[in-house]
Design a protein around this ligand. Structure first.
Ligand code: HPA
Length: 248
């Protein structure tokens, strides 16, 4: 079953049948919100808004462990993680979608592992290829099938937030190899690996990163939210189409 994690601009959705809301405690505390069992045609899936129902949880305070553990407990096998980003490189301009294939992690101080040596013995997972190849491939193939334009490569720089970056930081991330920047991609992706969940990120590019394009002199979170909402309608119909097609 698919688990869909909604990011900025995708907090809830109209027109989807919500069958049930699940609230439970996890070994890591409370998840961002209730887990919604939803249905699109014959496919059921689980939805959770990463930032809480009212976008009240900042990226560094999201209980990533509880969210991912809860998805696993509910029988999710494949996770589609919608995560808005700023565009750094030419292949990630605003109003495009990127399916990243690599990650650079600049976050700190987040509860980032279930293998803490206490509840679980220490284990060092392989993270060479952070996103699930099969799931990524299915998303990219579906995008081609329905003529939905997306870039099938990108390196996601996961930053701490909640502040946006300086232009110099973006230059540094670009030198490191990053093409997009966002605040929530980690530790979500590595926790998915630890839990044995197939995970892929779908990243709508909603603004030029700091110091790039029309963000030369600055950018605001209002612009990010406005652009996220605009892109989300289109993205949501793509994602729901994918979920309907999933398993066929
Ligand atoms: N930086 C970090 N996170 C983001 C951005 C950005 O420019 N846009 C959307 N999420």
């Amino acid at each position: 079953m698919i688990g869909l994690i909604g990011g900025t601009g995708l907090l809830n959705f109209q027109g989807i049948e919500i069958i049930q809301r699940e609230n439970f405690n996890t070994p890591y505390g409370k998840a961002s919100d209730s887990f919604c069992l939803a249905k699109v045609e014959n496919q059921t899936f689980i939805f959770i808004p990463r930032h809480g129902a009212n976008h009240s949880i900042p990226p560094h305070l999201i209980n990533y462990r509880a969210n991912m553990w809860g998805l696993k407990k509910l029988g999710v096998t494949d996770v589609l993680a919608i995560a808005t980003v700023g565009g750094i490189s030419k292949n990630s301009q605003p109003n495009t979608i990127v399916i990243p294939d690599q990650i650079l992690d600049y976050t700190y101080g987040r509860e980032h592992t279930i293998f803490d040596g206490q509840s679980h013995p220490v284990e060092h997972i392989d993270f060479t290829l952070p996103y699930d190849l099969t799931l990524r491939d299915k998303v990219i193939t579906y995008a081609k099938k329905v003529d939905f334009k997306c870039y099938s490569q990108g390196t996601y720089a996961a930053v701490q937030g909640p502040r946006l970056e300086t232009a110099a930081e973006i230059n540094r991330y670009e030198k490191d190899g990053a093409t997009i920047v966002g605040m929530t991609g980690m530790p979500e992706a590595s926790l998915a690996k630890e839990l044995g969940l197939a995970y892929t990120a779908i990243c709508p590019v909603v603004n030029f990163a700091a110091g790039r394009g029309d963000s030369q002199q600055g950018l605001s979170h209002e612009i990010i939210t406005k652009n996220s909402e605009k892109l989300m309608t289109q993205l949501l119909s793509f994602v729901l189409g994918f979920i309907k097609d999933y398993g066929d």
